[in-house]
Design a protein around this ligand. Structure first.
Ligand code: ADP
Ligand code: MG
Ligand code: MG
Length: 890
């Protein structure tokens, strides 16, 4: 015989917290609370298996269910000394749904079930409180009528409002029994009128009606949609809990409340919540009367905290709170009712909390000895640290939404709308707060992005240029806000009939992607001591090293401040856009004879040497990987006529010949074109200059600081061993030349990015000439999926919404495809060279889920934007703990 029904409370607990799958979260925890001696009204749980059986059998219950329910109900009757449906001492119950995870869309709870025209008189007599009995009855008809029978809720509300109006009262507690009798009559008429059926008088019919409504709600459209969105299989099913009623609406020594064992927004160890005297169930959240605070410490003079109003019950609740926290070892979200000064517990579950609260609670609980350090590390979602590192919008501020885009880089920023990077720089230099608004950004805009408070684009995804660069700089960014039309000429941006002009203020919320009109107040981040405590604990357990992607001194400083252990990617092209350099860069590209090119390149050498020296100095001996020039040349080409003329003059050539050269250089598909090592091979002077700058800087800073600097030179976009062979040889020759000139040497590494499928597949060959690999997972994703990251915005969200892809592959690594190539590259590379250093420098290096994958592959380090470094440190620690657990259990 299958056991379909599990009892709890009143001395018989057949379930426990571990049985969540069978009993649902609510049922499992009711049984758990009862079994540790907490005051839980007795009841029983009908299992989730019944739900599955019900649907498998064409909406019919297992044959022996009725019998098991009857037995369990009988046990409840005996335990409380009342009889279900009895005219003198009736047992009333609540019928509550409860899936494994709390799920909106499921049936609302029905309270006071078992009341009818006879039992209500019994309840009135036994409680000696007629008002209470009829108040309970009308509540029951209201809930059952709407939830089970489908009468629109407002039909009851309207009647109640009319009655209150007629009686001249505002508070429902002021309605007398005789008036409730009338209202009940009207309620029943409404049910008859709306459904064509009388309100059921038979308690058994009521009970099964409510049970079936819970199981029925599992397949309703709302629940169905929610499950789809959250990957909850329909096969899980819901449980039904039937529980003896306790009454918070029986007078002024009664109450109902909802609270958290600690403050869920700050994490402070203070009892936090709300309650209402003489009320039932949802009254607290329904806004019928204003709920009151729990603790006196949190109450204002005109409030009536429970601590003062119901001191006995409050004391008992404090005791329960302690027991619950010790038992569950986590902050709990609880629901309770007080009947005649006696406390009853009706629900507990682990409480939802803000990032700040999660951090504080984890650290506090570890220090209180409730949980271990390792558990504390696992309690804080790494991604949530982002919220703690940036200013955020004041939740209390008024907001006027303009549009929405992707939450590309977190934090909040307000400023005047500016449409060009140049103007941003000018205005920022004057101390103005500005937001750069572009359809999309390119490397030319980087200086403007840096000077702006935030960046808004209307095109591009989470790894578009704007998103990647903004994250790197810690600038707020909302990307791909496709609902906004930008008109550069008119200097406007428009959504529907709202148009904002250049100079108007907007506010970006990079954490949600919202764009607001005007200036919304922000609150600054507070990096508590708890933050560094947690980071310290994380560092003790993680295996993966964490580096940062950084090229400016400012970014390098930020990276170190956040605990980066080196730089995993320094993009030299960003250094080429400085106003003092770009002219030489353009001359370098546009000149068609090696001699003039050499001249332009030589002019760039001191700039680069200076760039690298600054970074080496800041990183004081930590490893620094510098990537040689990578992007397609077109990004540096002179655009307008003025720029073209400038370059022509510098080169002593005609504008016409330069125009011809420009069109010769332009490519149909630049991302797959003349870029990366292909540039270094065809224009060897460029890489030679960069290698020289790196080595000269390293020697100089080593001498200056006495620290051994071991530069790591990285060649991008290698697909074949021959490419790395050629570029490596040329680099070594240049290094040797510098050594000879300076009469000294130092250690250095030459390695490559693995960002083309061919490189991953032939990694064993490439490793023969590489000292390290760094997986460039942005390009590797792009090239493996054949998916341009700048253009994917038009269909990728659809793919994710409709389950064709589990996640945006540019945000979280596609383990089966791109991940398999990373694994293959790592394994093949190490087959050739067991000590090959392996890292990752794509955006995935800062994504917790991807980091867990890289841990399993056994990479040496991840490299991410400076502001993601703490996230990566914590994620790496969690990944290491998860691996340890996996190994222990296998
Ligand atoms: P939800 O899942 O929406 O939280 P619950 O099943 O927890 O719904 O019920 C909502 C509220 O109804 C509870 O917080 C409690 O106040 C009240 N309630 C439920 N069962 C009982 C009961 N047996 N006695 C008294 N109140 C109850
Ligand atoms: Mg509840
Ligand atoms: Mg790349």
């Amino acid at each position: 015989m299958t056991k379909w029904v599990y009892s709890f409370g009143g001395g018989l607990n057949e379930g426990s917290a571990g049985m969540r799958n069978l009993l649902g979260g609510k049922g499992a925890n009711l049984a758990e609370m009862a079994s540790i001696g907490l005051p839980v009204p007795p009841g029983f749980t009908i299992t989730t298996e019944v739900c599955s059986a019900y649907y498998d059998n064409g909406n019919a219950y297992p044959a022996d269910l009725a019998e098991q329910v009857a037995a369990a109900l009988h046990r409840v009757e005996k335990s409380v000394g009342l009889v279900f449906g009895d005219a003198t001492a009736p047992l009333l119950v609540s019928v509550r749904s409860g899936a494994r995870v709390s799920m909106p869309g499921m049936m609302d709870t029905v309270l006071n079930l078992g009341l009818n025209d006879e039992t209500v008189e019994g309840l009135a007599a036994s409680s000696k409180d007629e008002r209470f009995a009829w108040d309970s009855y009308r509540r029951f008809i209201q809930m059952y009528g709407s939830v089970v029978m489908g009468v629109p809720h407002h039909r009851f509300e309207d009647l109640l409002e009319q009655a209150k109006h007629g009686l001249g009262v505002t508070d429902d507690t002021a309605i007398k029994a005789s008036d409730w009798r009338e209202i009940v009559k009207d309620y029943k008429d409404v049910v008859q009128k709306e459904t064509g059926k009388p309100f059921p008088n038979d308690p058994q019919e009521q009970l099964w009606g409510a049970i079936s409504a819970v199981f029925g709600s599992w397949m309703n459209p709302r629940a169905h949609t929610y499950r789809k969105l959250h990957d909850i299989p329909a096969s899980w099913g819901t449980a039904v809990n039937v529980q003896a009623m306790v009454f918070g609406n029986m007078g002024d020594d009664c109450a109902t409340g909802v609270c958290f064992t600690r403050d869920p927004s700050t994490g402070e160890n203070i009892f936090y919540g709300e309650y209402l005297v003489n009320a039932q169930g949802e009254d607290v959240v329904a806004g019928i009367r204003t709920p009151q605070p729990m603790s006196a410490a949190r109450a204002t003079a005109d409030q009536s905290p429970m601590e003062k109003v119901l001191p006995e019950a409050y004391k008992e609740l404090m005791r329960v709170r302690d027991i619950l926290e010790k038992h569950y070892r986590d902050m709990q979200d609880i629901e309770f009712t007080v009947q005649s000064n006696v406390l009853y517990m009706l629900q507990t579950r682990s409480g939802k909390r803000t990032a700040a609260a999660a951090l504080k609670i984890a650290i506090d609980m570890a220090q209180e000895g409730l949980i271990t350090q390792e558990e504390a590390i696992q309690r804080v979602p790494p991604g949530s640290l982002d919220q703690l590192l940036h200013p955020t919008l004041d939740p209390k501020a008024e907001k006027n939404l303009f549009s929405r885009g992707l939450p590309a880089s977190p934090g909040a920023a307000a400023g005047a709308i500016v449409f060009t990077a140049e103007e941003v720089e000018d205005r920022a230099a004057k101390g103005e707060d500005v937001i750069l608004v572009r359809i999309e950004t390119s490397p030319e805009d980087v200086h403007g992005m840096h000077a702006a408070r935030g960046v808004l684009t209307t095109r591009g995804g989470m790894t578009s240029h704007a998103a990647v660069v903004a994250r790197g700089m810690g600038r707020v960014c909302v990307a791909g806000a496709g609902g906004i039309t930008v008109d550069y000429k008119a200097q406007t941006m428009t959504v529907g009939n709202v148009t904002l002009k250049g100079g108007d203020w907007i506010t970006l919320d990079g954490g949600t992607g919202a764009v607001y009109v005007g200036k919304v107040a922000t609150i600054p981040p507070t990096l508590s001591g708890d933050f560094s405590t947690l980071m310290g604990w994380a560092d003790e357990v993680r295996r993966l090293r964490v580096r940062a992607n950084a090229e400016t001194p400012e970014d390098a400083e930020t990276a170190r401040r956040f605990g980066a252990e080196g730089i995993g990617l320094s993009r030299t092209e960003h250094m080429f856009f400085g106003p003092d350099r770009i002219g030489f860069v353009r001359q370098m590209i546009m000149s068609d004879d090696p001699a003039t090119r050499k001249k332009a390149i030589d002019a760039l050498l001191p700039f680069q040497r200076d760039d690298f020296s600054q970074i080496f100095r800041i990183m004081s001996g930590l490893p620094v990987t510098i990537r040689l020039l990578d992007p397609p040349l077109h990004e540096f080409l002179p655009h307008g006529e003025a720029e073209l003329e400038e370059v022509a003059t510098a080169l002593g050539q005609s504008v016409e010949s330069l125009r011809a050269r420009r069109s010769a250089l332009s490519e149909a598909n630049p991302m797959l074109g003349h870029r990366g090592c292909r540039l270094g091979i065809t224009y060897p002077e460029i890489y030679a200059m960069q290698v020289r700058a790196i080595i000269e800087a390293a020697i100089a800073v080593s001498k200056e600081t006495g620290q051994a600097i071991v530069p790591e030179i990285m060649i991008p976009l290698v697909g074949m061993k021959t490419e790395l062979e050629v570029t490596r040889k040329a680099a070594e020759a240049e290094v040797a030349a510098v050594f000879k000139e300076q009469g000294t040497t130092l250690d250095y590494l030459i390695g490559t990015m693995i960002e083309l499928p061919r490189a991953a597949i032939t990694a064993d060959q490439i490793a023969e000439v590489a000292d390290f690999f760094s997986f460039g997972t942005n390009d590797l994703t792009q090239t493996t999926l054949g998916l341009s990251r700048d253009d994917a915005g038009s269909f990728l969200p659809y793919y994710v919404d409709h389950g064709l892809l589990p996640k945006d592959p540019f945000v979280s690594i596609d383990r089966e495809g791109v991940g398999a190539l990373v694994r293959m590259g790592a394994e093949n590379g190490r087959k050739t060279k067991s000590n090959l250093k392996l890292g990752v420098c794509g955006e995935h290096g800062g994504d917790p889920d991807s980091i867990a994958f890289f841990e399993s592959v056994g990479l040496d380090y991840v490299s991410c934007s400076p502001f993601r470094v703490p996230v990566a440190r914590l994620a790496a620690a969690q990944a290491a703990l998860a691996m340890k657990k996996e190994k222990a259990s296998s």
